[in-house]
Design a protein around this ligand. Structure first.
Ligand SMILES: Nc1ncnc2c1ncn2[C@@H]1O[C@H](COP(=O)(O)OP(=O)(O)OP(=O)(O)O)[C@@H](O)[C@H]1O
Ligand SMILES: [Mg+2]
Length: 261
């Protein structure tokens, strides 16, 4: 942790002041895997309050594993996760209570309930959700199963942010969605970050990641191989994409994941 100095920003969860340099969430030398097979190998990264960080990498690089480890779904083999400079509580539920929100690829909405009922199941108020995502207002009484994929994703994001987390982790938030919806979701992320949330997103496309993020981390085979501000990394798009391509080529030689590329 670097010198905190005198300056402090409000902690969105507790209303207390935390040192400005303290990361909202931080992985320290994290080794995580499935069974005895390590996927993340000594991964260290941090997301500060008020910034959007994009995690990029080829299929199978370990992006989802990183989010699940930060969220407390997966326990580390070694290393640790800190929230606001303190050891993160064990398990997703405790981490959620401490201010972490996780959006998985599956959206986790209840299809048989209405949009309003789904929002009620969140940690925040319906009013806060609508303030963040006004497009949901005319959809409040619609069954979620009848909403489009993009509308469901707006619901998921608004519900997560209405709970006023200090950290938001989102996997493939915009994958396959129409440009208008993508713009709404990304604007909402920026609003959240401007209010002090530390946001980590897994983004498929390097160019979009550079447009929407403050910083970018590139993961390859469970290790961060490139990291920098969006401005620094914008001149390295070709290098980032080449990193994906080389991983895809490796996978084509080594196993069946190449089928998914
Ligand atoms: N439940 C699991 N059991 C065993 N291995 C797994 C499991 N989930 C993921 N893996 C393996 O861990 C590695 C990293 O997977 P992960 O899902 O984190 O990658 P990713 O970067 O999110 O990929 P994608 O872009 O395809 O979503 C892969 O080799 C994958 O096969
Ligand atoms: Mg994934």
């Amino acid at each position: 942790m670097s010198d905190a100095g005198d300056r402090a920003v409000p902690d969105p969860l507790r209303g207390a002041a935390v040192p400005e340099a303290t990361a909202a969430i931080e992985a320290v030398d994290l080794e995580v895997g499935y069974g005895h097979l390590p996927v993340l190998r000594g991964l260290s990264m941090a997301v500060r309050p008020g910034e959007i960080v994009s995690l990029l990498g080829a299929n199978g690089a370990g992006k989802t594993t990183t989010l699940l480890a930060l969220a407390g779904v997966l326990s580390p083999i070694s290393g640790s996760v800190l929230m606001s400079g303190r050891p993160a509580p064990v398990g997703l539920h405790r981490r959620a209570a401490a201010g972490l929100a996780l959006i998985c690829e599956d959206r986790s909405v209840f299809m048989g309930l209405t949009c309003r009922e789904n929002l009620r199941l969140g940690r925040g108020s319906i009013e806060d959700s609508l303030e963040l995502m006004p497009d949901l207002e005319p959809l409040l009484d619609r069954k979620v199963g009848l909403m489009s994929g993009g509308e469901q994703q707006m619901l998921t994001l608004a519900r997560a942010l209405a709970g006023r987390p200090s950290v938001l982790l989102a996997d493939e938030l915009t994958l396959g969605l129409a440009p208008l919806i993508v713009a709404r979701l990304l604007a909402c992320l920026r609003t959240a970050a401007d209010r002090g949330v530390g946001v980590l997103i897994v983004e498929e496309r390097a160019k979009r990641a550079l447009q929407v993020s403050d910083r970018v981390c590139v993961l390859r085979r469970g290790e961060i191989v490139m990291e920098g501000t969006a401005v620094e990394m914008s001149s390295r798009v070709a290098e980032i994409e080449a990193s994906y391509l080389s991983e895809t080529a490796d996978a084509a030689v080594s196993g069946p994941r190449s089928i998914e590329q």
